[in-house]
Design a binder for this molecule. Structure first.
Ligand code: AMP
Ligand code: MG
Length: 466
């Protein structure tokens, strides 16, 4: 590996713990993302490189660290989190001059592991690989998956399971919880250094802390609108899982909706539906309020005045979110020149989907075909909707095929790929990954993956399964 430059490791020592990955018995690739490797300037990943991706060898120039952070988990404050099963090898500068973190996830215990074993089992590694790469292909900002290995070791969850390590690439791994970590300790020097680091790295146009806060709010509002537009439910939007750069991060219990239910929850641990599909914007605001609180001491001397400034900035979120939501969902019905009444068309369509228990993605994809009525639920409401829509929208097929994905990462298909992977068969994983790489291809060969699950196949719950 080449070109490491570790700006985070140059920050003061209490930002992280120096930590090398704990070697594993037998690292073997089951996935290598050669396209991403080329994109970030790594060059082809060779089979013999598995030792690096399993943490048995450290690439030259890397300074492995586990990053410190805090976070609100399901609303409750956890003062001490941090990378408990991951190490940041370092940052590489891409040929485009962009800085990218390279992190091993599942790489062994760190000082932040608390009771955990620092490991990951194969299932969540496969899930994150497939879903994060699918999100990228769908045009949603996200961390990426560079490679994944099995470790040749067993990790014990409910039962013994094969261990695995994911190599994740991100603009950075700085979270809302990273700011909270220093704010909660009253460490204003560190808070200021972190702000400067983030401004230089992610928001060079922000002139001060308030401008930075506003820029982060805008990024998150637009990101969450994008999630909504593809039916994505993050599932664990804790403040330690909200990236400052505006990328989607942490694919624990995430899921794409099959049938449209506005209040859909998948995560087994989200008992109160805190992170339900239709609550994600509100939870984004909640998290950003925590960020505002953390940044407040840097905003200015007059705390009361700054609370007003920060509050006003946060109150921009709903508008930014709604404008982006409108834009994206109007495009999903083939409209990019909004007129009065268009938004009602979107809302009405969604309502019919919810009432008829129809598949979210496939119903929108149906609009991209020549004969939507043969694919959409048969109801008098839908017939009326379609005839009104046809009057409004002319020739939507081409634009809609570039907007509404034909394939999304469906839970039942991911589960099937994982089950095969546990048996040592990675063919279903490879095939699914390939199909998800071109989600807007309405090709015959992808049809199998476009089919919504039947009742027996449907996955109704996801597990963090770390
Ligand atoms: P997450 O639910 O993935 O956001 O993780 C929350 C916290 O738990 C983070 O500090 C993780 O590093 C830590 N954690 C999760 N799984 C493990 C594990 N197997 N071993 C050690 N720490 C873990
Ligand atoms: Mg996390």
């Amino acid at each position: 590996m080449i070109n490491f430059d570790n700006s985070y490791a140059r920050l003061p020592a209490h930002f992280y713990a120096k930590q090398t990955p704990v070697p594993v018995a037998k690292p073997e690739f089951f996935a290598r993302n050669q396209d991403l490797a080329a994109e970030i300037g790594l060059g082809p990943i060779d089979v013999d490189d598995a030792a690096y991706f399993g943490g048995n060898k450290i690439p030259q120039g890397a300074t492995p660290i586990a990053q410190a952070y805090s976070g609100h988990q399901f609303g409750g404050w956890s003062p001490q989190l941090g990378d408990g099963r991951a190490v940041l090898l370092g940052e590489i500068i891409t040929p485009q001059g962009e800085r990218r973190d390279v992190q091993l996830k599942g790489s062994g215990r760190t000082p932040f592991s608390r009771g955990g074993d620092g490991r990951a089992w194969l299932g969540p590694v496969m899930r994150e690989y497939l879903v994060s790469e699918a999100m990228h292909a769908l045009g949603v900002p996200t961390t990426r998956a560079l490679a994944a290995v099995t470790t040749g070791e067993t990790v014990v969850r409910d039962t013994p399971l094969p261990g695995a390590i994911l190599t994740r690439v991100a603009a950075s791994h700085i979270r809302v919880g990273t700011f909270q970590f220093f704010a909660a300790r009253g460490d204003l020097d560190a808070l200021g250094l972190l702000r400067d680091h983030v401004m230089e790295r992610h928001y060079p146009d922000a002139s001060d802390t308030v401008a930075l806060y506003k820029a982060i709010i805008e990024k998150q509002a637009k990101l969450i609108a994008k999630w909504m537009s593809v039916g994505f439910i993050h599932g664990v939007m804790n403040t330690d899982n909200m990236s400052i750069s505006g990328e989607t991060i942490d694919y624990g219990p995430c899921a794409f909706m099959d049938d449209y239910q506005s209040g859909k929850v998948f995560s087994s641990i989200d008992r109160n539906g805190r992170y339900a599909y239709n609550r994600q914007a509100d939870m984004g605001i909640w998290n950003l309020a925590q960020l505002g609180t953390a940044l407040l001491p840097l905003m200015g001397e007059d705390t009361d005045a700054m609370i007003e400034v920060a509050t006003a900035a946060l109150h921009e979120f709903p508008d930014i979110f709604q404008t982006e939501w409108d834009r994206l969902f109007l495009r999903k019905i083939g409209i990019d020149d909004a007129q009065d009444g268009d938004k009602d068309r979107v809302v009405a369509f969604l309502k019919i989907l919810e009432q008829t228990g129809s598949d979210f993605s496939n119903s929108f994809a149906a609009l991209a075909t020549d004969t939507p009525e043969t694919l959409l639920p048969r109801s008098s409401e839908m017939t009326t909707w379609l005839s009104d829509w046809r009057d409004r929208v002319t020739d939507p097929v081409t634009v809609l095929q570039a907007t509404n994905p034909a394939v999304i990462p469906r839970n039942h298909q991911i589960e099937a790929a994982i089950q095969a992977g546990v048996q040592g068969d990675f063919k279903p994983f490879d095939v699914l990954g390939r199909v998800l790489g071109t989600p807007f291809e309405f090709a015959e060969t992808n049809q199998e993956f476009a089919i919504a699950p039947n009742k027996e196949q449907e996955v109704t719950q996801t597990f963090c399964g770390t």
